[in-house]
Write a protein that binds this ligand. Structure first.
Ligand SMILES: [Zn+2]
Length: 501
């Protein structure tokens, strides 16, 4: 009488749908064993897939066979034993070396002869082919999904996978956090660390229960999924999911990220040197660094320019802050004036709305052009006129432009005047400038100074100076003339003077 291990494996794989349940396998195998006069050494039940090597019970069984505990295996079908070439190869090798003397399958013929092993090869091979073609099918399925604009992976922060429709849906609990992270960063005074802290305070934890890492925040801030696109296989695709933020907000964040990149010293998180990244040395053009001595912060030239010996002295933070306040104050817009301008902007917006439809049609035409360019780009790629790298880079560029245009079109159709937005924003900033100059925090002053002076501020003999950038020059010029220069179309109806000048 032969003694074999009875091995049953659960159907965990999609393609195993026709496979009997464990109980049914066991019943059939026990009946087969008693009919054929096979002794069962042990009944072993595995719950893991056989697609990849490494099943604990299967592995232990082969060891016990090597140790001589049984002559072979009884299983329902060869595909219960192996669906990968490693495990299949091990069994055939053990048959070759007589470690396994026999295999029995109620539904499949086998004997340990060259023909039998060839059949087994086929059975395993067929299984392997099945797995291979399944993963090919899966890939094809993913590509189809991507073409329909459906993100094919697990939803990231702010989204959920809807298991019914297989689509991404907005996570109503977390999406507001995503939006706020973008808004805070776009405002210019948040850092990756303050945003981590913010998310922590709102209850977000890493897998170890701590606050999320900086990379989590920086990846979030650069993920196009939040404005409606997504990356798949290195390519940008239009998503069919609902965006959480606008492309415009994403671009603002991008601009801040780029500025931070240039002024990398300022990104040193938690540095108490709040005014870094704002000034350059007037003498040698070097960057300004800060250091703390006896409880005070001092700023000075980095003196990295080897060709020129810079003699610029230190300046204390308090002195610099006072100077900044004085520099900023002239750029405060009188409150009644600001309000008059704001109501004028409102009026302009109403007028603009009337011609918005026409502009929207223009944007639509530009979008069509970009669609054509995308098509041509794809054709060039498929005709192998350009390589994959060029294709993905160019595609990303065009897609980004397209999204911007689409948002502008949408806003125009809603009757909004895009070009007035920056102006309105400026009026609001200028309205608040006085308060910031007098009583703002150092970092608020820094942000405002960057807006007003761009990168024009220099430190010259302990004194900060520099010229403002547009549109602040509008207020700056008034200082020299001592009055108000009317701006065509947008001047307030009465003439105001800037207070204090
Ligand atoms: Zn210098």
């Amino acid at each position: 009488m032969k003694s074999l291990f009875l091995y049953a494996r659960k159907s965990t794989d999609v393609e195993d749908k026709q496979v009997l349940s464990i109980d049914a396998q066991l019943t059939e195998l026990r009946e087969f064993a008693s009919r054929e006069g096979i002794g069962i050494v042990a009944e072993l039940i595995e719950k893991q897939s056989a697609k990849t090597p490494g099943r604990p019970i299967f592995d232990a069984m082969l060891k016990r066979i090597e140790a001589g505990e049984a002559e072979g295996i009884l299983a329902w079908h060869p595909d219960r034993l192996a669906r990968n070439s490693v495990d299949g190869g091990r069994i055939i090798y053990m048959l070759d070396t007589q470690l396994i003397r026999t295999l029995k399958f109620p539904r499949s013929w086998f004997e340990n002869t060259p023909q039998g092993k060839l059949m087994l090869h086929n059975d395993f091979g067929f299984s392997k082919y099945y797995v291979d073609s399944l993963s090919e099918n899966t890939k094809r399925g993913l590509r189809e999904k991507v073409r329909r604009g459906e993100f094919p992976g697990r939803a990231g922060f702010g989204y959920l996978n809807d298991y019914r429709t297989k689509k991404l849906v907005v996570d109503r609990a977390r999406a507001p956090l995503v939006k706020e992270v973008f808004e805070r960063y776009a405002a210019g005074d948040a850092t990756l660390d303050t945003l981590r802290q913010f998310l922590y305070e709102r209850g977000l934890r890493s897998s170890t229960g701590k606050s999320v890492g900086r990379s989590f925040v920086s990846q979030l801030l650069s993920n196009p999924i939040y404005y409606g696109h997504f990356l798949y296989a290195g390519e940008v695709h239009e998503g069919s999911h609902e965006p959480i933020i606008t492309k415009a907000l994403f671009d603002q964040v991008d601009a801040v990220l780029n500025r931070r990149w240039r002024y990398s010293p300022a990104e040193k998180e938690n540095a108490p040197k709040a005014l870094l990244g704002l000034l350059r040395c007037a003498e040698c053009g070097g960057g300004i660094t800060g250091e703390i001595q006896k409880g005070h912060t001092y700023y000075r030239c980095t003196k990295k320019n080897k060709a020129q010996r810079c003699r610029q002295p230190y300046v204390r933070e308090e002195a610099l802050a006072t100077q900044l306040s004085a520099l900023l104050q002239p750029y405060a817009l009188r409150l009644d004036w600001a309000d008059a301008m704001l109501s004028r902007v409102k009026e302009e917006k109403r007028k603009v709305a009337q011609s918005a439809a026409q502009l929207a049609a223009q944007k639509q035409a530009e979008i069509e052009k970009l669609n054509l360019r995308l098509q041509r780009l794809l054709d060039s790629f498929l005709d192998e006129l350009i390589d994959r790298d060029t294709f993905t880079v160019e595609k990303a560029k065009i897609m980004s432009q397209k999204k911007t245009l689409e948002e502008q079109r949408t806003r125009l159709m809603a009757g909004r005047a895009d070009w007035l937005e920056p102006f309105q924003k400026w009026v609001l900033a200028a309205k608040n400038a006085g308060k910031t100059a007098v009583s703002g925090s150092l970092s608020q002053k820094r942000v405002l100074a960057l807006e007003v002076f761009g990168s024009n501020l220099v430190l010259d003999g302990k004194k900060a100076r520099g010229s403002c950038v547009k549109p602040w020059s509008f207020l700056g010029e008034n200082l020299q003339t001592g009055g108000v220069v009317p701006v065509a179309g947008l001047e307030p109806t009465r003439r105001f003077t800037v207070p204090g000048f």
